[in-house]
Design a binder for this molecule. Structure first.
Ligand SMILES: C[S@@+](CC[C@H](N)C(=O)[O-])C[C@H]1O[C@@H](n2cnc3c(N)ncnc32)[C@H](O)[C@@H]1O
Length: 290
């Protein structure tokens, strides 16, 4: 037995080598040449994104990284097409993106430096000024600028966000302001909105899928009768389209999406957004559940 083992081992290696050099090798070679499928493209991007160097535009940096790997311009363009498309439907993208945004050590609280506002939305605060405080749901609450403002005015606030860094920042900001909010780390699809539970649903640049009637119906169902939706987002125009993940609808699209509601106020304008800065195409809507 002990004598036959050594002579069998090389035979096994030989077989493996033959496999690699002939059939198996060919299969491996084919695999490295085959274009990455959507899942591979997404996985590679997310893996890179999680540890992407701080500062700079991560998408530009990723493009440079792919070029360094020797990918052609066409293949890089194709991969960005896949990434952009999947970003809209895979909340993991928003999670990684906003974890990065809200954990930036250099955040100053100044919109012109950070690129977004840390103070409450004037539109939201104005919209609920005359409303008796009740239970508010802040979808995509980010660092809690609006959740904290509502809580300060006496609202009982639950904020939902897929980014753990956002939820943590919101908790810190609530502590600083001396108010209580409930923060839940969840994506919209997994969160139970409840039924007739809320007096207010705030969606301020929430990247919420309002283009999906089923989502709007969940919002409607979770509101108490007479409850309000206060929404601000970008408008996507042919001249200035927004990427799909932002869920910006074309002019008139947001009003149409909420057709089942009483529209209390509706404005589309070009102005300074709390996100997006000056010269942004914006929509501001207050809608009431009938
Ligand atoms: C542009 S920020 C706005 C934050 C906040 N509403 C504000 O106005 O400052 C969008 C927020 O929505 C969250 N978000 C995006 N997609 C989400 C999803 N599918 N589920 C839950 N939160 C999401 C992000 O993590 C991010 O904090």
């Amino acid at each position: 037995m002990t004598k036959t083992m050594p002579s069998k081992l090389p035979a096994v290696f030989l077989l493996a080598l033959t496999f690699l050099l002939l059939g198996g090798g060919a299969v491996l070679a084919l695999q490295t040449q085959a274009p990455a499928n959507d899942d591979q493209v997404w996985k590679e991007f997310i893996t890179w994104f999680k540890t992407a160097p701080a500062g700079g535009d991560p998408f530009r940096l990723y493009g440079e990284e792919l070029a360094k790997q020797g990918l052609t311009k066409e293949e890089i363009g194709r991969r960005f097409g896949v990434i952009t498309r999947l970003f809209a439907t895979r909340p993991e993208g928003a999670e990684v993106f906003y974890d990065r945004t809200f954990s930036r050590p250099a955040l100053t609280g100044r919109p012109e430096v950070d690129g977004f506002a840390s103070g409450p939305s004037e539109f939201l605060v104005g919209a609920v000024k005359e409303v008796r405080p009740g239970r508010a749901l802040d979808l995509g609450m980010g660092q809690g600028r609006n959740a904290v403002a509502l809580a300060t005015k006496g609202w009982t606030v639950t904020g939902v966000d897929v980014s753990g860094e956002a939820v943590a920042a919101a908790a810190r900001n609530a502590d600083k302001a001396g108010v209580k909010i409930k923060g839940i780390k969840s994506d919209y699809a997994s969160f139970d909105f409840g039924r007739e539970s809320w007096d207010l649903v705030a969606m301020i640049f929430a990247w919420a899928p309002i283009d999906e009637p089923a989502f709007v119906e969940r919002v409607r169902a979770c509101l108490k009768p007479g409850g309000l939706v206060v929404l601000e987002n970008f408008v996507s125009t042919p001249e200035r389209p927004r990427p799909p993940m932002v869920r910006a609808l074309p002019p008139g699209g947001t009003r149409a999406a909420f057709a089942g509601f009483e529209i209390v106020s509706y404005e589309e304008l070009t102005g300074t957004g709390d996100w997006g800065g000056p010269d942004s195409d914006l929509v501001r809507m207050v809608a009431r559940k009938r």
